[in-house]
Write a protein that binds this ligand. Structure first.
Ligand code: SIN
Ligand code: FE
Length: 291
């Protein structure tokens, strides 16, 4: 499930063999794991290792590297606001360098999306089942349809007390799709246009987005599935990074505090083998074009 790299710097070059295996593994639903990558915080930044600055109404503290916009935080002085942005901006650039060096084939096609910081302990966090990432799911965003693009994420466990981030990782996407698609209704004609018109979605919710969102919700709602689906625990130690395509790797975050995460979007035509994408897998099963 994991391909481990001995990389010690975010801008380190990779051998051709590493690059070939990385793309192959990623596209086959495996996780690229970097146990020796360090992301150090300055003394000013260490202050942010506290749930104090997280807005309890938001899921995470988020940053948009392109627009330099920060949200989901509270209680920051003006100076701290800048310091937190600087820290997340640095993480975003490091994550991009890593992806660019390891997956050069993807790099020109990537869209740099949100950066997030998750300072709240997962265990015991109460939320609605749809928002509960302690349940196995594939990622799909209700208000930000991605219209078939892959979701590639670079995570870093920045916990200062040596606490692992503990995940469960579930079945391959094709199996998930075969289990849940039969339970899902087709999209109601006109809904996507209405959601867009009312600005509930930031872009048009394609049939692909409809199915992905429904799979996400049905997975989380099914208690029996949560317990009985094939799954394994993976522990990401403090001070480690990992890259995963969270639209096809079924995952649940069970425990841990203080995570950095950078999201990228990738069009399926940039993949080495786009038949491995959730888009093409769902199209094959439904016999329809979904975007
Ligand atoms: C998720 O993407 O579902 C949660 C990942 C994490 O917070 O570790
Ligand atoms: Fe997720």
């Amino acid at each position: 499930m994991l391909q481990t790299f001995s990389t010690m710097a975010w801008n380190e070059p990779f051998s051709d063999t590493d690059k070939r295996q990385a793309i192959e593994n990623l596209e086959n639903g495996r996780i690229l794991f970097f146990p020796q990558l360090a992301f150090s915080l300055s003394t000013d930044e260490q202050v942010f290792l506290s749930p104090h600055y997280a807005d309890p109404h938001a899921k995470n503290i988020s940053y948009h590297p392109q627009h330099h916009k920060l949200w989901g935080m509270r209680h920051l002085t003006d100076q701290q606001h800048i310091q937190l942005k600087t820290m997340l901006d640095r993480y975003s650039r490091y994550a991009y360098q890593l992806v660019q060096n390891l997956l050069p084939h993807y790099a020109p096609q990537l869209t740099v999306a949100r950066t997030s910081f998750r300072p709240v302990q997962i265990t015991g966090r109460k939320t609605s089942y749809r928002k509960d990432d302690k349940r196995l799911h594939v990622d799909a965003f209700p208000s930000a349809p991605n219209q078939g693009k892959r979701i590639l994420r670079v995570f870093y466990n920045v916990n200062p007390h040596g606490e692992d981030r503990v995940w469960r990782v579930g079945e391959p996407f094709e199996k998930v799709a075969h289990t849940f698609l039969p339970r899902i209704n087709k999209p109601i004609p006109g809904t996507a246009a209405l959601l867009r018109l009312l600005k509930i979605t930031k872009s048009y919710r394609t049939r692909y987005d409809h199915y992905m969102l429904q799979i996400h919700d049905h997975m989380k709602a099914d208690e029996r599935y949560q317990q009985q689906a094939d799954q394994q625990e993976i522990r990401f130690p403090a001070g480690s990074a990992w890259i995963v395509q969270t639209d096809d790797v079924s995952h649940a975050a069970m425990q841990g505090q203080y995570l950095l995460e950078q999201t990228f979007y990738l069009p399926v035509h940039a993949m080495q083998d786009e038949t491995r994408s959730p888009l093409r897998i769902l199209e094959k099963i439904t016999g329809q074009c979904l975007v």
